[in-house]
Design a binder for this molecule. Structure first.
Ligand SMILES: [Zn+2]
Length: 253
């Protein structure tokens, strides 16, 4: 997913490494790599955020938010360490952590990315019904041609007691999602949907889309489980605001 993002991310990785000495310190803490630094580094494809990226592992605000949610709410609650875990479009920073924790039951996948366990289309997941105990799918659905079909597949392969953690970029000022699968002009896509490889811009109706395929949805924000001090220190502020919502999805039946 997202060649543009990948190239941009690589470039930032190199710049961060060169600038590492100026980030030495212990004012902020990354819960992904569990290392401290003076500050998070700038990052942003179109809108630059000045306190976003961990200089050590490359994690962004949403990665740090999700990892804290998983550590606090998923492992302790249901002993999911032995869970069958599907990580879609795996982020490098999280992959090494998950690989370590989930041992042999952790599977990474993507439609085009190299270095994953399986390459497949999210609209046609090659696993039987109710297979996975944990699915993590972050910033993927906005790239998929038919996101309802993909959501139905995620629902199908999730076990009855399983959890799917789903994130997408949401435009808070937008009530209803806008789509344009036929928009092929990359500049127009960027203007309409925020990135040249996005096929839609999600609005506040996103949880309703998840519910429409059968999921029960719990919308979790940083302030729901972190103290204000943790939010700042662990870098879950997004451009100075509280970062994104994590959608915790379970089979409603
Ligand atoms: Zn880190």
């Amino acid at each position: 997913m997202g060649n543009y993002y990948f190239v941009y991310s690589m470039k930032n990785n190199i710049i961060s490494k060169l600038k590492k000495p100026i980030y030495m310190g212990n004012r902020v803490y990354c819960p992904v790599c569990e290392r401290k630094s003076r500050a998070f580094a700038p990052f942003g494809y179109i809108h630059r955020r000045y306190r976003a990226r961990c200089i050590w592992c490359g994690s962004l605000e949403r990665h740090r938010l999700v990892i804290q949610y998983i550590k606090r709410n998923v492992f302790p609650r249901s002993n999911k360490v032995d869970a069958k875990f599907l990580h879609i479009a795996p982020e490098d920073c999280l992959k090494s952590y998950f690989k370590n924790v989930f041992h042999g039951k952790y599977i990474t996948s993507d439609i085009e990315m190299d270095g994953v366990d399986l390459k497949f289309d999210l609209m046609d997941i090659p696993f039987g019904d109710s297979h996975f105990d944990l699915i993590y799918c972050s910033h993927v659905l906005e790239h998929v041609n038919d996101d309802f079909k993909a959501m139905r597949e995620l629902y199908r392969v999730l076990s009855k007691t399983g959890i799917a953690i789903i994130l997408v970029p949401i435009t808070a000022a937008l009530k209803d999602t806008i789509e344009g699968k036929n928009v092929t002009d990359l500049a127009l896509r960027t203007r309409l949907f925020g990135q040249p490889d996005h096929l839609r811009r999600y609005g506040l109706d996103f949880p309703e889309r998840l519910k429409s395929v059968g999921f029960s949805v719990d919308a979790v924000k940083a302030q729901d489980f972190l103290t204000p001090a943790e939010v700042v220190r662990n870098g879950t502020l997004f451009a100075g605001r509280l970062s994104e919502t994590i959608f915790i999805c379970q089979r409603a039946e």
